[in-house]
Structures are given as C-alpha cells and as structure tokens.
Design a protein around this ligand. Structure first.
Ligand SMILES: Cc1cc2nc3c(=O)[nH]c(=O)nc-3n(C[C@H](O)[C@H](O)[C@H](O)COP(=O)(O)OP(=O)(O)OC[C@H]3O[C@@H](n4cnc5c(N)ncnc54)[C@H](O)[C@@H]3O)c2cc1C
Length: 382
C-alpha cells in the first residue's frame, strides 16, 4: 500500500482521487459515513478569498479546478455558476470593493463594480440604500456532500479502496495505523485528513473547532440570483476572538435560500445557539427584508477545523517522514479541496507542485518545537 488516508470528508476524498490519478495504491479509512462530518454542514460557496496571498492562491486554484470539472459532476451536486455579489453598505465599504477589484485583477480574476442602481436592478430583493457591490461572475455554489462522495467514487474508479467503520485509534511514523477493532494496517505514507478529529491522532496540532450555524428556508420562487455576501464577512472570518455573524445568503437550485453565517470558538456543543442564530437572522433581514415572510425548514451547526492563521495544514508532520497532514481548511475547504488534493499528491510524489507549498507547511507553527512532534507522535504509537 502506498497511501493510507484517514477520513473521507471532502479533503480526504480529494487527496485520495489526486493520489489514485497518479497511480498510487490508496486506501481510505472512514470511521463514520463518508462526507457526513463538517463537509455535510458546509455552505458550498466556491469563492476566492483574498485576505492574504496564500489564501488567494489556494482558493483561486481550487475554484478553477471545480470550474474545469463542473460538467463531470452529477446533477445532484447542484453546481451553479451564480456568481458572488460582495455588498457595500457605504462609501467606506465601496472603497473596499474597489481595492478588492484591483487586487483580483492583478491575479487575472474578472469582476465588475455595480452602482447602487445597478445593484437594485440586479437583485431587487435587497434593501434600499446599499452603496453598491463588487460582482464576481464566475464564482459558483454546489452541494458539498454529493460533490465529496462523487470525488470518492472517482478515486474508487481509479482503484482506491474505501474501508468503512474503520476508526483509527493511533498512527505513527513507521507507517502504521491502528484501528479500534484491533487491526493494524501499514503503508508507505499515512495522511491524516480527519478534520477536527485530527488532533486526536496528532498531538500538538494547532487546530481548533470553529462553530458555525446555517438555516435553510422552504422552497420559493427565485428572488435571489447570486450568492450575496456583505463585505464585512471577511472581518468576521478572520477575527480570532469573540462570536461574530455576517450576512451570507445562497440561492439553492431547489428555490431554497441558505442563510449564514456565524463563527464561534469555545463552543463545542453541537446544539443551536439561539441568541447567535437570532443575531444572524436579524443581520440577514437587514439586507433582505423579504426573509421575514419566509418559512424556515431546518437549521444546523458545524465545526470548521481552524488553524491560528486560517490556512490549512498540507504537508509532512514536522520531524516525520511518512506521516502527513491534510486538514485545517476552516471555512474554505469545499472551495480549496481540489487544490489541496493536488498539492499534497505532488508533495507525496516528489513532483513540483503548481502552487508554492510553503505557506501551508505544518512546520510554519512554532507549537511544533523540535521536541514536540516526533516524541508526541511516538507517544501515540500503536
Ligand atoms: C457552517 C459552515 C459553512 C461552511 N461554508 C463553506 C463554504 O461556503 N465554502 C467552503 O469552501 N467551505 C465552507 N465550509 C468549510 C468546509 O465545510 C470545511 O472546510 C470542509 O468540509 C472540511 O472538510 P474535511 O474533509 O477536512 O473534514 P470533515 O468533513 O469533517 O471530514 C473528516 C472525516 O474524517 C473522519 N474521521 C475523523 N476521525 C477519524 C478517525 N479517527 N478514523 C477514521 N475516520 C475519521 C470523519 O468521520 C469525517 O468523515 C463551511 C463550514 C461550516 C461549518
């Protein structure tokens, strides 16, 4: 066996597919149901974020790879190139939209600034009085659990093998994986893609669950045409403390509206946080007053696996040879799954990746002191 991948969420599935395409012999170990972890809770907005060059590079590459494969996806993946509107409330936010446009243009990404009137014509359901928007026409949405299972099925078609009910208890740098049913499996390389649970397997991992809540409405005739996001969303996504909400609404192919989003550290309860949900919906109604008349169908929570700098961990566990990480994608793992899979498969095969891997290298955090990783991983030896 060349590679054992722990976790069949969208990241493990993308890595499996990229490795299988390179002819590697791959086995995927999943404790529960494939794509039923954070992947099932995600919103599925395929979006380029530009808070720093590394985030921009990975999300841009990820979006381009989804675009290239959109026609191969099953219809149930509900891929739709609806575009994103970044909404500006006032002149200050409009200046932010202009800054964003200049930056995106430098990276070859098309966008259009919309005046208040153009915005109203484009999305009449939005509240009056917004200053304008930045439109990113080629961004898209999809339904994450179906897209994730499709990736896994592509990997299986290329020879990868999925082991269900395979809960991994511990791993080591000898290429050994120990399952809770007592079995030990061996491979040349082990990739931990277990989302938030990766911390159980690799002690010292700089990863924290960041809770989010979403709500979906009943089906209605379409009143919203783009993914709508307030420009303040980026502040909410990148803050490191406190609870935050930001307006973020997605029109689903079914006619439903998916409403987000909130961010919270230090709340590990998977139940709804009602006061925060109320804040999130109040925020949404400020932008889309018509929401008040709609019926909610379901609301749920999920936990984004977040690193301190919000960039994923893609590469070897520091100090290890055979133990790799593919986790920590926070709120961008659906967008960046294909880019992450390619990058990791290139590193594993020792081929030159198309992106600079250094910003995602787990060794960038000094929590991995020289003593920590090897000893810690060996302490967890099977
Ligand atoms: C509310 C919310 C909204 C989001 N919106 C977006 C969005 O619009 N766009 C976007 O790009 N991203 C979005 N995300 C982020 C995205 O959903 C995540 O980054 C991504 O799903 C992480 O995938 P993963 O494969 O790392 O983790 P997971 O999906 O959690 O997969 C990990 C898998 O590993 C398995 N596992 C764990 N431990 C073990 C073990 N010991 N042995 C075997 N298997 C194990 C689990 O069962 C699970 O199946 C959102 C997330 C949330 C919570």
């Amino acid at each position: 066996m060349d590679v054992l991948i722990i976790g069949a969420g969208i990241i493990g599935s993308a890595v499996a597919e990229a490795c299988a395409r390179r002819g590697l012999c791959v086995q995927v170990l999943e404790a529960g149901i494939p794509a039923a972890g954070t992947t099932a809770a995600g919103m599925g907005h395929l979006v380029v974020l530009d808070d720093n060059p590394a985030e921009l590079a990975l999300s841009r590459d990820g979006l381009a790879r989804w675009q290239a494969r959109q026609h191969a996806l099953p219809s149930q993946a509900e891929y739709r190139a609806c575009g994103t509107l970044w909404l500006a409330r006032d002149d200050e936010e409009m200046a932010e939209a202009e800054r964003k446009q200049i930056l995106l243009r430098q990276h070859g990404l098309d966008s259009q600034l919309l005046t208040a009137d153009e915005l109203r014509r484009c999305e009449p359901a939005l509240v009056n009085g917004l200053a304008g928007a930045l439109r990113r026409p080629d961004e898209a949405v999809l339904y994450p659990p179906v897209a994730s299972r499709w990736l896994l099925s592509q990997a299986e078609a290329l020879g990868a093998v999925l082991l269900r009910n395979a809960e991994v208890n511990c791993v080591n740098d000898e290429g050994e994986v120990s399952l809770s049913d007592g079995r030990t499996l061996r491979a040349a390389n082990i990739i931990v893609a277990a989302g938030n649970q990766s911390t159980r397997l690799v002690p010292g991992l700089p990863l924290k669950p960041r809770k989010g809540q979403l709500l979906i409405t009943e089906r209605y005739p379409a009143t919203v045409h783009h993914q709508l996001v307030e420009l303040g969303y980026i502040r909410s996504a990148h803050t490191n403390d406190g609870d935050s909400v930001a307006f973020n609404v997605q029109p689903r192919a079914t006619g439903q509206l998916l409403i987000g989003s909130s961010r919270q550290y230090n709340d590990l309860d998977s139940g709804l946080n009602w006061p925060l949900l109320q804040r999130m919906l109040a925020r949404a109604c400020e932008y889309l007053p018509g929401l008040l008349a709609l019926q909610a169908l379901r609301s749920w929570t999920g936990f984004r696996p977040a690193t301190p700098d919000k960039l994923p961990l893609l590469g070897r566990v520091p100090g290890c040879q055979r133990l790799w990480l593919a986790t920590g994608h926070e709120g961008l793992g659906i967008t960046t799954a294909l880019a992450s899979g390619e990058l990791l498969a290139d590193l594993l095969c020792n081929t030159r990746p198309s992106l600079d891997p250094h910003p995602y290298d787990p060794a960038r955090f000094d929590t991995w002191t020289a003593a920590t990783p090897i000893q810690a991983v060996e302490a967890a030896t099977c």
